[in-house]
Ligand binder design. Sequence first.
Ligand code: CU
Length: 110
Amino acid sequence: MKKIKLILVIAITLFAVTSFAANKQTATILVNGNCDMCKSRIETASKKAGATNAFWNEKSHQLKLEFDADKTSLTKIEESILKAGYDTEKLKATDKAYKSLPTCCQYERE
Ligand SMILES: [Cu+2]
């Protein structure tokens, strides 16, 4: 009897955990940038827009994102990155945002 109760408790807990995490999404996008300072700005901007996890690779320029689709969206995260002055693979930051970056962080634009 105790065993059955324990199994039941575990099953309910697992169900609750999976239903809470149901809207977790991941995405990988390309973001321009140069250095460690860029990395920190890109990751901070992503988290500010609600990303639960953000990891930007300096060499590949890939930004790996995790977010809760109930609370934010990829578009919102991208907008925040653009505001910080960084171009993504699809969208360009304004010249004003780009020029507000320190000279050493002004990556080459296409
Ligand atoms: Cu930089």
